[in-house]
Design a protein around this ligand. Sequence first.
Ligand SMILES: [Zn+2]
Length: 185
Amino acid sequence: MTIDNETLFYLQVVYISASVFVIFVLYLALASQRSKSIKLLQEKNRSLTEQLHAVKRLSPDVQAENMSKMFTTLIRDIERLNQDRDKNKDLIEEKVNKLHALREESAQLRNQMELARESLDDIVCPYCGAPMSTQVFYTESGHAGSVELEPEGDYVSYECGLVMNIKDGREMEPCGAFLTVDENT
Ligand SMILES: [Zn+2]
């Protein structure tokens, strides 16, 4: 054991804390999106709900807080054991193995966070992040803004103005967030 390991452990604690913060923010955003679009997101909402449940099951905030405490405890134990390294060799190895297991858990948390992020990507404008406003299943020709929609298309619109064909991703109306107004024409 060297001082480098100690530094690594502290970095891991910091990493876990940061991960918890990010997943918490994502979680709030998902919950907010979910309440806005709940009637419109029948298919997507089902998978989103499943993923939210998965996040809840893992209780990432609680889990990572516990992991953070365990890291701290293990670090202290190893520091203490290091004072008589030869005598405590086996114990130190055991503690280090526990730290490795904790690192595995932190990787799982990170995967969960990625899943949450992907879900969020599906229900916001890919350009500006505006929330989805409506999802419409046309059985006859209709209009979205100035665009005539094709019959039996499935379209989704976002609050920024983007209207997209769900099936092929064609954009019927552009994202309005980056439109420049030219008053001279
Ligand atoms: Zn947009």
